[in-house]
Design a protein around this ligand. Structure first.
Ligand code: GAR
Length: 190
């Protein structure tokens, strides 16, 4: 069984879908052992309570440097024997401190069809650019911004009458379906 840690900064919709879907699998290939959040206001904390998943609130501002912040995270991950990290709306660049400990074992979901629309607002950027299509990408995390090797991606045609809210809704539907599935496939060969 692959022991997964999810990292989130906000709403936690992907976190919840990963936990709930994985609990319903007949064959248990992975389990979400903990959630790490970097913001006290993250709604993901409430979701973790309801789901009964241990949640660690690790606030960067309470550490003298990013190195020490990530070292604290590594300590938590090691204590819990975590094998794989799934970023789910975690809005921070991972530095080499954490990357070197979990090389090729950190994945991320991005709400656009990379390499198009990387960065903090993949959905809004695609919408405002008037793109005809966008999508969702799951990729390994490297030193860059949304630049790691792609594991799986799916396209979405943006209909002419959609507003931003509708596009967000459609993107999240795809995310909540493909993130648990992609994790499962990765864990088959872990
Ligand atoms: C998701 O759409 C995720 O793809 C995006 O943040 C949202 C988090 O939603 N991540 C990024 O933009 C990373 N660059 P959630 O908290 O409800 O899972």
């Amino acid at each position: 069984m692959v022991r997964v840690a999810v990292f989130a900064s906000g709403n936690g919709g992907n976190f919840q879908s990963i936990v709930e879907t994985s609990r319903n699998y007949e064959e248990k290939l992975y389990s979400v052992e903990l959630l790490i959040v970097d913001k006290e206001s993250a709604y993901a904390i409430e979701r973790a309570k309801k789901l009964g998943v241990p949640c660690y609130v690790v606030l960067p501002k309470t550490f003298p440097s990013k190195k020490e912040y990530e070292e604290k995270i590594i300590e938590i991950l090691k204590e819990n024997n975590i094998d794989l990290i799934a970023l789910a709306g975690y809005m921070r660049i991972i530095s080499p401190v954490l990357l070197n400990e979990y090389r090729d074992k950190i994945i991320n979901i991005h709400p656009a069809y990379l390499p198009n629309f990387p960065g903090k607002d993949g959905i809004g950027d695609a919408f405002r650019a008037g793109a005809k299509e966008t999508g969702v990408t799951i990729h390994y995390v490297d030193e860059g911004v949304d630049s790691g090797k792609i594991i799986y991606q799916e396209k979405l045609v943006i209909e002419k009458d959609w507003d931003l809210e509708k596009l967000e809704e459609e993107i999240h539907k795809i995310e909540h379906r493909i993130y648990p599935e992609t994790l499962k496939n990765l864990c088959k060969n872990f």
